[in-house]
Design a protein around this ligand. Structure first.
Ligand SMILES: Cc1cc2nc3c(=O)[nH]c(=O)nc-3n(C[C@H](O)[C@H](O)[C@H](O)COP(=O)(O)OP(=O)(O)OC[C@H]3O[C@@H](n4cnc5c(N)ncnc54)[C@H](O)[C@@H]3O)c2cc1C
Length: 304
C-alpha cells in the first residue's frame, strides 16, 4: 500500500507542484541526486572513482512528449559525453528511451541512441538502456536488438518483477549472450504483468542471477539487497568466475557503506549517478522503495 501510494504520487501533477514548489529542502534531493548540472555528476563520479567505484551517469528526465524535448535531451547527453572525455572519468551513461522520444516515434529515438553510443565509443564509454514502465518493454527490447550487434558493450536493464522477463532473456540469448543489468523493477504494475510480493520478486531475481551467470555476458547485478548480492557472489564462484567477472550496481546515496566495502574487497562496483532538474519522479520512486525515506522526507519538509 505504501509503495503503491508513492508510485501513484509520482505521476500526479498536483503532488509534483506541491513537492517541487513547496518547502522541500534541498537536503532530501541532494541525498539521491548529484546536482542540477553535468559537472555536479562528474564531480560525484570523480569522488567515486577515487574509491575504485565506477559511475553510471544519468541525465534525469523521462516521458518526453514532443520532438523538441527529445532533441534537447539528446544534445544534453552529447554534452555529458564530452565532459566525460574532458574529465577522464570512469563511467558509463544510462539513457531512458522515453526521454529520447520512444513514446511517440521510435526511429529518431534509435538514431539518438546510435549517435550517443558512437560518441561514447570514441571516448571509451558505453551506454546502458534503462527499463521503464511495462508499456515500453517490447519497444525497448526492439531498440536493444537493433543496436546490440553494432555496440557489443550496450547494456540493457531488465526487471525481475515482470513475469515475461525469463522469456525475453531466452529470446535475446538465441542471437548472442545478452549484456544485462538485472533490477527488481521500480514502477507500479498490475498483477497480470508483474509479481507483487517481495518473496516472489526475490525468487525470480535469484533465478535470473543464475541464468545470467550461465547464459549472459558480463552480468550487472543492480540491487542493495545483501541476500541477492550474496547469491550473485555464489553464482560467480559456481561458474568459476572471479570477483571481477560481474558488476554490482547501486544507486547514488543508497548503502554507501556497502558500495565501499564491496569495492575494497575487490568486487567491480558501479554507482548510478543522476543529475538534472527533472528529479521528481526519480525521487518519488526512491521514497516508495523504503518507508524510512518518507520519515527523512517529512522531517525535511517540517524543518523548512
Ligand atoms: C544501478 C541501478 C539501476 C536501476 N535501473 C532501473 C531500471 O532501469 N528500471 C527499473 O525499473 N528500476 C531500476 N532500478 C531500481 C530497482 O528496480 C529497485 O527499485 C531498487 O534497486 C530497489 O530494489 P533493491 O534491489 O535495492 O531491493 P530492496 O528490497 O528494495 O532493498 C534492499 C535494501 O536496500 C536498501 N534500500 C533499497 N532501496 C532503498 C532506498 N530507496 N533508500 C534507502 N535504502 C534503500 C534497504 O536497506 C533495503 O532493505 C535500478 C537500481 C539500481 C541499483
Amino acid at each position: 500500500m505504501f509503495r503503491e501510494t508513492w508510485l501513484w504520487a509520482s505521476g500526479k501533477q498536483r503532488v509534483q507542484r506541491f513537492v517541487t514548489e513547496g518547502n522541500l529542502t534541498r537536503s532530501v534531493v541532494q541525498r539521491f541526486i548529484a546536482g542540477d548540472k553535468a559537472e555536479d555528476a562528474i564531480s560525484a563520479i570523480q569522488q567515486l572513482n577515487a574509491k575504485d567505484i565506477g559511475g553510471i551517469l544519468d541525465l534525469l528526465g523521462e516521458g518526453v512528449t514532443d520532438p523538441v524535448g527529445a532533441k534537447q535531451a539528446f544534445e544534453d547527453y552529447l554534452d555529458s559525453v564530452k565532459r566525460i572525455e574532458e574529465a577522464g572519468v570512469d563511467t558509463t551513461v544510462a539513457v531512458k528511451l522515453t526521454q529520447l522520444g520512444l513514446a511517440f516515434d521510435k526511429q529518431p529515438c534509435i538514431e539518438y541512441v546510435r549517435a550517443l553510443a558512437t560518441e561514447g565509443q570514441a571516448v571509451g564509454t558505453s551506454l546502458e538502456i534503462d527499463m521503464e514502465q511495462s508499456a515500453y518493454v517490447t519497444e525497448t527490447l526492439d531498440v536493444f536488438k537493433t543496436l546490440r550487434h553494432e555496440f557489443p558493450d550496450l547494456r540493457l536493464a531488465v526487471q525481475a518483477y515482470l513475469r515475461r522477463t525469463p522469456v525475453d532473456l531466452q529470446e535475446l540469448a538465441t542471437e548472442a549472450p545478452p549484456k544485462v543489468r538485472l533490477v527488481k523493477g521500480a514502477y507500479a504494475e498490475p498483477t497480470e504483468v508483474a509479481f507483487q510480493k517481495k518473496a516472489e520478486i526475490d525468487a525470480q531475481y535469484r533465478y535470473l542471477i543464475d541464468w545470467l551467470f550461465d547464459k549472459g555476458a558480463d552480468p550487472g547485478i543492480a540491487s542493495h539487497d545483501s541476500a541477492l548480492i550474496q547469491h550473485a557472489q555464489r553464482a560467480a564462484a559456481r561458474v568459476g568466475g572471479g570477483k571481477k567477472s560481474f558488476e554490482i550496481q547501486m544507486l547514488y546515496g543508497i548503502r554507501r557503506d556497502l558500495q565501499e566495502q564491496l569495492a575494497k574487497e575487490g568486487y567491480r562496483v558501479s554507482v548510478y549517478v543522476p543529475f538534472g532538474c527533472a528529479w521528481y519522479p526519480y525521487l518519488m520512486r526512491r521514497i516508495a522503495e523504503r518507508p524510512a525515506n518518507l520519515r527523512f522526507f517529512l522531517r525535511a519538509v517540517v524543518r523548512d
